[in-house]
Unconditional design. Structure first.
Length: 165
């Protein structure tokens, strides 16, 4: 990780061995000046990772008015309609697909989805210009994501995060 960050133009600190927690650690400063710590145990050997089983997620967002939700996701959030019927909208934008479903006794409350993106500033500006309910400017978080969130017409939350190094 240290070499990958350095190779991409980051400025990681030197790797230090922290005996109290038995970790090799280094730090990186994000664009907003937050410190991000990276560490790996030197006490416990690395274990082989099993082959991944999960490939994609398809969040379901419940709505009282699915037709209005489809229009909002299309016109304001920039999604395209893959399929629609009175109680379902299959929406996609780039590599992300969301299901807008009718709110029922089984599907109550609000839903949410976390979407990884390439450029938080550009997407936030685009959505704001389209009239989206953007809830603040993108903020660089100490966990390595520049995030902002948007609420749909019925308060389902879409949180967008841009990884950074």
């Amino acid at each position: 990780m240290h070499a990958a960050i350095r190779d991409r133009g980051g400025q990681p600190s030197e790797i230090a061995k922290v005996n109290g927690i038995k970790m090799r650690m280094f730090e990186v400063r994000d664009p907003d000046g937050h410190t991000l710590w990276f560490g790996q145990s030197y006490h416990v050997p690395d274990a082989a990772s099993p082959a991944p089983l999960l490939e994609k997620a398809l969040p379901e967002l419940p709505l009282d008015d699915v037709a209005a939700g489809i229009a909002y996701y299309r016109d304001v959030l920039g999604f395209q309609v893959n399929y629609r019927q009175h109680d379902l909208g299959v929406m996609y934008r780039d590599a992300v697909t969301l299901l807008l479903i009718a709110r029922t006794g089984r599907h109550t409350g609000i839903g949410s989805a976390y979407i990884y993106i390439a450029n938080a500033g550009r997407l936030c500006a685009e959505l704001r210009a389209r009239g989206a309910r953007v809830q603040g400017e993108p903020v660089s978080q100490p966990w390595g994501l520049r995030e902002f969130r948007v609420l749909d017409l019925e308060d389902n939350e879409l949180r967008f995060g841009q990884p950074f190094e």
